[in-house]
Design a protein around this ligand. Structure first.
Ligand code: NOJ
Ligand code: CA
Length: 693
């Protein structure tokens, strides 16, 4: 890789032309980062459109490139290193000089086919800094910064001759925070993949963490560190090194370098959302904006919607996925769910365990899975007919058991089968421990990959492409982290990637703070198939779920997913039909979203307007503490009156006793400008439908 001309045209060009070496007019140079600019080096500084965020790039005494990020004149990321380790060439870090700097800007608005907001504004300034090695190696790369008013993304771009191979051992990008901080993080590289509770520690006590990592700096500013557009690359974790520094650690490959690229290559975007408070983090569109536009064309066949399913009884252990006397996915059971869905205007019914392959050790096995062969007691033709007659759609399920190569060998038959049976959404699964996914090489050897490694990042995309050919959308469990790729592949509806409701079926339940935690951490990745709505509040062996019933309703607004399960059984819902009415009424697709208040891990209130409708919905949840929150109904449309259908924690409600089912349901007239007081019980919540009149 010698002094190669960089292919600037390689990537989607911003709408404005690059102006070589033109520094922006009077940037707000912050006073906390002064440096001696080497003679002849161009100034590399850029600000966000409103001038609040500044990025500066310099080199240190050893020629190490450093970038720094400040907001309103205050340093957020102190000068931090860039660089790479390769397996077959020298480290790329020192002896670099800034060769050229180019600036661009763009301000456009695009439309989401489904989502939390219909319109997304993408308003950014861009700075492309070319770094040139001064040693005899004379290598070069660009680092491209995109500055929005709510954060910064940057990525590396390397030119290399077509067909040449680059072998990456690790990425040396650092994030040195200028202040101490409280950090919310979950461990990376442990056996249970993304399914760990968040830790809340000082930044100094962060170990090796999955992203997003959410930080509250000592001054109160909130930062979320993550990545965007992770395709054909290893997922980035971060590890605490010295002081306040987190350093990138790429996910290993089963064999050889962590990442191998052919020809010109670039990294995903490394992203820092910066906001005054936790709600500000959630309201950012940085990650979506850093992804490429829709590649699939017309996606009117992608259908957001609610669903029920043959699931909770299996997760609880009452029924089985495998064949036998307790098999869940029988024709009769599925008909019961279809009837319930039809009676309650719920468009989908998920069926797991419908196919051959579950008998025996499917978790970590999966080679027996056949995605086009139903079991003998699942009458696919009859269920297709029955579902059609009731205007309900079956949702398919492909559990790979951790054998993605085996799954790939069936892509065509699996998705053709789905399409032939009116199945337009498939939930997938990759149940096996971290670094145990079976990849079969062309020579027949089986090697074991990580869920977030480079090969799997390609696999998850291959699933989307294979499914799209048959107009099927995907909901991935045991996924790679979300990085906004639903913009590029709108058939990627949702994913798991965190402890969802299933953990409430088992011992070791999610604590009451879990949902208020994940809104400002995991949910920054995008939609999650959490599967809320267990109104019985009972897991296996009659164990108690640590929530009130009103909180279960609030989760439909608080935890965004375009495919939202009503996870409990029809028999259980029959006992709570008053509360269930909210689940019937709440949509899954939104015109607009506002986070009205929130603190990471403590509480959050979100209001959303139904897409294509006039009603607004509100959800508010708290941790183990009771809380009284006041919200101004500024979001309601002016000149309209609404009936607020309120589902609130009732007398004595608490997650901690058998009063968890205490709920009060009432109606009142409200209008824009009114103020509401939300009284949340310990482990409680509140859900409101604002029905426009
Ligand atoms: C784990 C998933 O999270 C769950 O939803 C699914 O039912 C099981 N795997 C079986 O695929
Ligand atoms: Ca799971």
């Amino acid at each position: 890789m010698k002094a190669l001309p960089l292919a600037l045209g390689l990537l989607a060009a911003p709408t404005a032309a690059f102006a070589q070496d033109a520094a922006p007019a009077a940037p707000a140079v912050n006073e906390t980062f002064k440096y001696d600019k080497p003679a002849n080096a161009p100034e590399a500084i850029e600000t966000s459109p409103d001038g609040s965020i500044t990025v500066q790039v310099t080199t240190d005494n050893d020629g190490r490139p450093l970038y720094a990020v400040s907001r309103r004149g205050k340093l957020i990321v102190a000068p931090s290193k860039l660089g790479f380790l390769f397996t077959d060439q020298a480290k790329l870090e020192r002896a670099m000089r800034i060769a050229t700097v180019a600036h661009a800007k763009s301000d456009t608005t695009w439309t989401q086919p489904w989502g939390e907001w219909r319109q997304i504004r993408s308003n950014y300034k861009e700075m492309r800094v070319r770094l040139q090695e001064t040693s005899s190696l004379a290598r070069a790369y660009d680092v491209v910064f995109r500055l929005q008013d709510d954060g910064v993304g940057f990525r590396y771009e390397f030119a290399a001759p077509a067909g040449s191979k680059t072998s990456i051992a690790d990425e040396l990008t650092e994030f040195t925070f200028a202040e101490d901080a409280t950090a919310w993080w979950k461990p990376a590289f442990l056996w249970n993949r993304e399914e760990y509770l968040y830790n809340k520690t000082p930044l100094s006590a962060v170990g090796t963490a999955d992203t997003p990592v959410t930080l509250k700096l000592a001054s109160g500013t909130h930062v979320a560190l993550h990545e965007a557009a992770l395709t054909d690359f290893a997922g980035m974790a971060v590890m605490k090194t010295e002081g306040n520094t987190l350093r990138a650690v790429l996910t290993p490959a089963a064999e050889g370098p962590k990442v191998v690229k052919t020809g010109a290559w670039m990294t995903p975007w490394r992203t820092l959302i910066i906001a005054d408070d936790a709600p500000g983090l959630y309201m950012s569109h940085l990650m979506l904006n850093l992804n490429e536009p829709n590649k699939l064309g017309d996606v009117s066949w992608v259908k957001p919607g609610k669903f029920v399913g043959v699931w909770w009884n299996m997760i609880k252990g009452t029924w089985t996925w495998a064949r036998g006397p307790r098999h869940g996915a029988t024709t009769a059971n599925v008909k019961t769910y279809i009837d319930f869905a039809a009676a309650n205007r719920i468009p989908g019914v998920l069926v797991e365990g419908w196919n051959v392959g579950w008998d025996g050790d499917w978790a970590g096995g999966g080679e027996a899975m056949n995605f086009s062969q139903p079991t003998e007691d699942f009458d696919a033709a009859e269920l297709k007919r029955y579902a059609r007659s009731k205007k309900v759609q079956l949702i398919g399920h492909h559990e790979t058991g951790g054998s993605p190569s085996h799954y790939e060998s069936q892509f065509d038959s699996a998705f053709k089968y789905a399409a032939d049976h009116d199945i337009s959404t498939v939930k997938t699964g990759y149940v096996t421990d971290a670094a145990q996914l079976k990849r079969v090489l062309p020579d027949g050897r089986t090697i074991r990959e990580w869920h977030e490694g480079q090969w799997m990042s390609g696999h998850y995309t291959r699933v989307l492409e294979a499914a799209a050919k048959y107009k099927v959308a995907i909901d991935t469990h045991e996924p790679i982290k979300g990085t906004g790729l639903q913009r590029t592949y709108p058939n990627w509806l949702a994913r798991e990637g965190m402890r969802g409701m299933e953990y409430n079926a088992w011992p070791g339940k999610n604590p009451p703070e879990h949902e208020a935690n994940i809104v400002f951490t995991r949910m920054l990745e995008g939609p999650m198939d959490f599967t809320p709505g267990v109104l019985s509040l009972k897991g296996s062996d009659d164990s108690d779920i640590l929530s009130t019933i009103a909180k279960q309703l609030a989760l439909y607004v608080v935890l965004y997913s375009p495919v939202q399960m009503a996870a409990d059984t029809p028999e259980n819902y029959a006992r709570y039909m008053d509360a269930f009415k909210f689940i019937r009424d709440v949509p899954v697709d939104w015109e607009e979203t506002r986070v009205l208040n929130g603190e990471v891990g403590d509480f959050v209130t979100i209001a959303r307007k139904a897409r294509g409708g006039r009603d607004w919905f509100l959800g508010s949840v708290t941790d183990e503490n009771p809380r009284t929150l006041t919200v101004d109904l500024d979001f309601l449309d002016a000149g309209r009156t609404y009936v607020a259908e309120v589902y609130r924690d009732g007398p004595g409600a608490t997650y901690a006793t058998d009063q968890r089912h205490s709920i009060a349901i009432e109606q009142k007239r409200v209008k824009k400008g009114d103020r509401l007081t939300l009284a949340l019980a310990p482990g409680g919540g509140q859900a409101i439908r604002f029905r426009a009149r």
